[in-house]
Design a protein around this ligand. Sequence first.
Ligand SMILES: Cc1ncc(COP(=O)(O)O)c(C=O)c1O
Length: 407
Amino acid sequence: MPVCISPWARQLKSSPTLEVKAVADRLRADGVPVLDLGIGEMNPEIPVPSLIKQAMVDALDSDATHYSGERGDPELVSAISEDLARFGLSYSDQQIVVCPGPKDAIFKVALTILNSTVRRRRLLMFTPGYESFENIPVLVTGDPPIVLPTDSNFLPDPSKLDELLKTNDTIAAVVLNSPNNPTGAVYKKPLLRDLAAVLSQHKDVAVISDEVYRTIYYDDVEYASIASLLPEQTFIVSGMSKEVSGTGLRLGFVAGPKKHIGTLAVVEGNASSCVNLPTQRGYARFLRADGDFTERHSIRDQLCVRRDHLLSRFAEVAPRAKWNRPQGAFYFFPDMTAYIGQQDADGHVIENDLDLSRHILETRHVVTIPGTLFQRPGHIRFAFAQSIETIDRAMEHLGEALALLRP
Ligand SMILES: Cc1ncc(COP(=O)(O)O)c(C=O)c1O
């Protein structure tokens, strides 16, 4: 009998964004100059602040390489608590756990609150949405998430949520993500108030508030979190990946109700022991130094220039696309259906967004992510945490790729 593979693990899809990265890497290895608007990271265009790097070096120099305890280094945990207060959120050190990255933090929340032996065990996600919300519940309970499509502005409809929660008693948790990947949409206070009013009627349903883009807002839009309205139900997830361009540093955290966080800390300790200590020291020193958000606003401002440049160039080269202006994160998610159904130079019909994204990559070497992978066909995601020159050339090449299409 061969060793079996868990059916839950077998059901998982590999991360589509990482798959696209692999294609881009292959092209690069063949010497093709790839214009990468695929992967959602700022590095190397916007590097990790030097303060963090120095604190990490100092930690290594002082041999701070031991275990930090399952909740995280106490110095970092209290720095996170103080920093959350700057967002208007009150969390004691006992309500915070540090995890190896935001994705891992979501996983640890799911491991703590989802349970495959009870009826109320499913995760509800809004679509289009981040791919890991699809995969994580499968790994934890074997069940894929229940999906609820957002409206044409990519915003959840509270009345549809209400209807679903009233008619479906299998939902254990609802995940919200604002600013949003892949759309750049932001859930503002009135919407959060309406969502909280619905969710407060279902006290046994948890809310996972994915706030990994919590400092990246544009156009005078302000931070708002459902956690301030539903503190007893909400688990905030954030971390270094997007806030300080530290995707490879692998540090995330969860803040939530004390009782659950106590259990989550034990889950974390058993699964991961802790996050590497130099990274924890780096983030702790950063949070203490950036109390006025100078560094984080500087990152946001650099991204805003890139967003504006992308939008003005995109409007020129893809005039038939329909789109919303992203107000947060660093993604743009236009509706490209006007370009679907056409033929490429070889007479192949572009049947859908997957074909269109592949056409753009193969003919003019621009990496994008098809909307189907976020459960919104017809759209394409462009990540704009790239240099102005890369964005400029990518848009020029996009225009050329679209010009190759014929009715
Ligand atoms: C909405 C959202 N949540 C969580 C994550 C996970 O971040 P990481 O892969 O660095 O753990 C991402 C990464 O793209 C994301 O977009």
